[in-house]
Design a protein around this ligand. Structure first.
Ligand code: UFG
Length: 338
């Protein structure tokens, strides 16, 4: 019998891509999503890609009774916990919303996992735990830096509470520290759904190119980087999704020598904001309307991943290029416009 993965936040951007990869690898999937930043039609899109309608429940994980119901009604072998608020900017404005939702839902899931004697969980962490890293590429041994937002705090605290609970023996965790997830599924059927004006670079670029937004502002060109703009490690969401499948199989096959492990999930390659714009123009043939503006508060000059641990121990490596990321993000933007 195939194993069942509970995917919280499974109708969201990274969650939906991961559900597709899991189903294509033969796993049973149960999705819990409160639709706070997702749409129910994504379940039909997943069905269109995989040929099977995923089981999904509308659940608020901050309500522990709802979590208990999920575990009572489904046999669950592993949890992948995506469900969380994720806007850095919003978390600075409304920190309590982030602390209360992101931590309460995680604690409820862990509490009910303990009650049900389910040990393995994959946690969505973030490169944001590193703050402004001192050494590049940043490896998993780099210390946490003061969190620059409540969002970043919830990722640091999430990892800390998982580490302590794992040490006590009842839970096994792999935390994946994502760098900058971008792009969409090659089918053009799932991708990131826009809510308001995007904060992130590539959605801003594609919406500007599509004429939805007037002009992109490059936040600063006076950083200590080769072209003066900030450098990030952009990772295709499909590659990122595949890292979760690897993490699940590692947990299920008892390959985890210690009960708490972290892995960076990035390409290991840095791309500057200007390089991203140039590559977008090359891939799409569209000339982008942009200007150079002031620095954005809190941006680190450069962040990119050391990926050796993920490559060698998790057995995962990013396969898709920056052109693939841009082409799929642009295809998704065009189909959204329809
Ligand atoms: N940028 C612009 N103009 C824009 C938007 C972004 O120049 O309109 C620049 C930013 O200044 C930054 C780069 O593009 O230099 C990337 O910015 P994003 O907002 O796309 O990404 P961040 O690196 O700031 O943040 C992302 C995720 C966070 C996550 C973090 C982890 O959005 O959720 O990576 O490092 F925490």
């Amino acid at each position: 019998m195939s194993q069942t993965i509970l995917v919280t936040g499974g109708l969201g951007y990274i969650g939906s891509h991961t559900v597709v990869e899991l189903m294509q690898q033969g796993y049973q999937v149960v999705i819990a999503d409160n639709l706070s930043n997702a749409q129910p039609f994504i379940a039909s899109r997943i069905a269109a890609i995989t040929g099977t309608k995923p089981v999904w429940y509308k659940k608020n994980l901050c309500n522990i009774k709802a979590v208990r119901q999920l575990f009572a009604n489904n046999r669950i072998d592993v949890v992948i916990h995506f469900a969380a608020h994720k806007s850095v900017a919003e978390s600075v404005q409304q920190p309590l919303k982030y602390f209360s939702n992101n931590l309460q839902s995680l604690m409820n899931v862990l509490q009910v996992m303990q009650e049900a004697a389910v040990k393995p969980i994959v946690f969505s962490s973030s490169a944001t735990v590193y703050g402004y890293p001192d050494v590049l590429p940043v490896t998993e041994t780099a210390p946490f830096k003061p969190a620059l937002s409540a969002y970043a705090s919830t990722k640091q605290m999430g990892e800390e509470l998982l580490q302590k609970i794992c040490a006590a023996g009842s839970i096994q965790n792999i935390s994946l520290r994502y760098f900058n997830p971008v792009g969409a599924h090659p089918s053009g059927l799932i991708g990131e759904l826009p809510t308001g004006i995007p904060n992130n670079l590539l959605p801003y670029v594609t919406q500007t190119a599509a004429g939805k937004l007037k002009m992109l502002t490059v936040y600063g060109n006076d950083y200590d980087t080769p072209d003066g703009t900030c450098i990030r490690d952009y990772i295709h969401v499909v590659d990122l999704a595949k890292a979760h499948v690897k993490a699940c199989s590692r947990l299920l096959n008892q390959q985890v020598p210690i009960s708490f492990e972290v892995f960076n999930i990035g390409t290991g390659k840095g791309t500057s904001v200007l390089q991203m714009i140039q590559q977008f123009e090359r891939v799409t043939g569209i000339s982008l309307n942009y200007k150079i503006g002031k620095r954005r508060l809190g941006d680190a000059p450069a962040v990119y991943a050391g990926t050796e641990k993920a490559n060698t121990i998790l057995g995962w490596r990013a396969a898709l290029s920056l052109s693939d990321m841009i082409a799929s993000a642009w295809q998704w933007q065009l189909q959204l416009a329809k």
